[in-house]
Ligand binder design. Sequence first.
Ligand SMILES: [Zn+2]
Length: 388
Amino acid sequence: MRTTLTAKWLWDGSNLLENPEITIEDGRIASIVGRGPGDARGKLDFPQATLAPAFVDVHIHGAAGHDVMEATPEALQAVGGFLATRGTGSYLATTVTAPLDTTLRALEGLARQIANPELLESGKASAKPVGIHLEGPFLSPKKCGVQPVEHMLAPDIGVFDRLFEAAEGRVRLMTLAPEMPGAVELTRHATGRGVRVSLGHSNATAAETRAAIEAGATSATHTFNAMRALDHREPGILGVVLTTGSVYAELICDGIHTAPELVRLWFSAKGPERGILVTDAMSATGMPDGEYTLGGFQVHVADGRAMARGVLAGSVLTLDRALKNFVEFTGAPIEQALRLLTTNPAAMTGLGNGAGQVVVGGPADLVAVNDEGRLVASIHGGRPAGEA
Ligand SMILES: [Zn+2]
């Protein structure tokens, strides 16, 4: 099947092209050219919008009533189908701290489905799980958030290797607390196996944070949340993450996890090259208020807040809303804001195959957004995915 897409602009991951015409054949991009004034418009035309790569979410636990740790085709079809309507093209299925056996079983299931995408085929547009993010068990009990302290473990290369092997090497990202004994050695070991290490759920001092970055840590997990607060004499993890130019930093931009003023501070520190917008979304995302689970525990969702034991428990955010909030809070130009949910997460995790880019030969997974960052359409395999 062949179709053409036209719009006001294309931001392809590096450059802005005015009046683009994109030809799509069999779900892949066959050509990208500029249109002359007066040339015919495409079958799918977005005259006021910017086309951009579909979003990449490196931190998401679930959506549409399902948690990725269920690790069944049904669960991932539900999550992927929902995300596709909100502009997300690929994501890292993110685990929470759980009993080790539970995590190992979840990783085996996730690995099977990532390796065999045909298991997830439903005939509908769907975001693809392209790897796994281990959020735990090597976290600090002092900054656990809602994660169960009783299942947290000190960083341990043997345990990590069991997790990595259960996941058949599909772990792309691991959050750990750099101050825990063994964290530096594990950071070096995991990095050597191709896993990106993200610092978070941590009460680390500045020195402890620097040591992990020197050992290879490349990112920070939901900056500000479950993280030692900034102190002007002991800058701690936050001070180091915000001021180390090489380090990427996630942010949950829902207006609840981080105040708009701090979103601006984060962006002025990390800039358009190192900021990453994530959702940290849990199973209640895209569902009515009520009772849900995150990993193994109960979460109550009301008015856009997911709470457990009086603490924020993940979010019900989607990346399209994160983008709109971010543009509203910072006033950043759309082509800068888009980097934070496309090229930056793809570069941080080393994703290839056109993730976070619009390239000839790559998948025809795109979004159309307006100048305020509002999602106008989500396109998967060259077709609009449900209602945006
Ligand atoms: Zn999380």
